[in-house]
Design a protein around this ligand. Structure first.
Ligand code: ZN
Length: 386
């Protein structure tokens, strides 16, 4: 009995600490009295918890606010760089690693060529990247957030990620053991959706399609990330829509096998001797030039990819009636024609009343979306904020 009561007192204390920290995190320059008022905790409890947070270096006093008659209140704020976070984005061709502070601002990034690889080699590469980023951090590391393609469960188990050769791989656990840091894993497109959603305070529902080497979507429903019964909500890349080419998942005619970035570039490069296929930035510039010049094959490939994307999006929109659809990832570099083809096909396939209101657009600051989403996950799991 006594043990149980002690445990529950500790639980309450942790909960109260989270409440206080949430108030400081959400409001720049908040007083102890403000926190007591909005959290419903007593002034004494708030004072004790604030003292702890200040002693730990997470919160500091930042001056005084206007007096309401008596002594002017001391204001508190978050120490943005009290901890750093490490993020790894596995959604692109190369590993994107970053050190991020508690406000989600990028402090440092992994330089040089960082291949992701497959299977065991990919895990080794991630461990090396974490070690490299740890050296770039100038504050204690709170945790690591990984945005990975494929189906990811909340424990960090990769249920299936065909492009990385991972099946039932307990990535979160493995990386936690190998790095000695708390590691949290989330699906890359779901991470991107969380980040895009936080940049759009007016949206209630949102689809974010992340299209690079693979294609996935994150779906926000009624203000919350929808993960599905098996955590695979938004795995649109492996919806089969044609008797088309074989896909990495074993099926054929998947969206990914028609409209992923490498597939598009390979189809355009075919027949062009000096196509800069090994350099994606140059390759997409060439694609845009070829489109401007009206090259029939390029125009055709882009239209086919956009149409395939629009076809799959029509199913999602037809079922959920979501008006805001953002396209992010490498494919955004293809230019407006791809987006236009997707829009035309989407509108052709859904009820006109639904079609009129759909806004298909490129995401905000799309290159960092997975990084920001992964950082949000770490803040949420480790500190109960964001
Ligand atoms: Zn597939």
């Amino acid at each position: 009995m006594r043990v149980a009561r002690k445990a529950s007192r500790e639980g309450t204390r942790q909960q109260n600490r989270r409440l206080v920290f949430q108030e400081v995190f959400a409001n720049r320059g908040v007083s102890r009295a403000d926190i007591a008022r909005s959290s419903g905790l007593t002034r004494a409890t708030v004072s004790t918890l604030v003292s702890d947070l200040v002693a730990e270096g997470l919160v500091r006093e930042t001056g005084t606010g206007p007096s309401a008659g008596g002594k002017p209140p001391v204001l508190l704020e978050l120490v943005d760089n009290a901890h750093h976070l490490i993020t790894l984005d596995l959604s692109g061709r190369e590993l994107r690693g970053a050190v991020v502070n508690l406000r989600g601002n990028i402090v440092a990034t992994l330089g040089g060529d960082s291949p992701i690889g497959q299977g065991d080699a990919a895990v080794d590469n991630l461990v090396d990247a974490i070690a490299g980023l740890q050296e770039l951090a100038s504050a204690p590391i709170l945790g690591v957030g990984v945005g990975s393609p494929g189906v990811v469960d909340p424990s960090g188990l990769i249920v299936d990620a065909p492009n990385l050769g991972w099946r039932r791989r307990p990535l979160g656990q493995e990386l936690t053991t190998l790095s000695g840091l708390p590691v949290h894993v989330v699906n890359d497109s779901q991470a991107a959706a969380l980040a895009e959603f936080s940049a759009r305070p007016d949206a209630r529902n949102l689809i974010v399609v992340n299209a690079g080497p693979g294609i996935g979507a994150g779906i926000i429903l009624e203000g919350r990330l929808f993960r599905g019964d098996g955590f695979g909500a938004g795995e649109i890349g492996h919806i089969s829509i044609a008797d088309g080419p074989l896909c990495t998942c074993g099926n054929s005619g998947c969206l990914e096998a028609i409209a992923s970035a490498p597939v598009i570039l390979a189809a355009i490069a075919d027949g062009i001797d000096d196509f800069p296929e090994s350099d994606p930035t140059e390759a997409w510039q060439r694609v845009r030039d070829l489109q401007d010049a009206g090259d029939p094959n390029t125009v055709d490939v882009i239209e086919r990819a956009g149409t395939a994307l629009g076809t799959v999006l029509a199913y999602v929109v037809g079922i959920l009636d979501i008006h805001q659809v953002a396209i992010v990832g490498e494919i955004a570099a293809a230019g407006p024609a791809l987006l236009e083809s997707a829009k035309v096909e989407l509108q052709r396939r859904v009820l006109p009343a639904l079609a009129e209101t759909i806004v298909l657009h490129l995401g905000t600051g799309s290159a960092d979306l997975v990084t920001r989403g992964a950082a949000t996950l770490v803040l949420n799991r480790e500190l109960g904020v964001a």
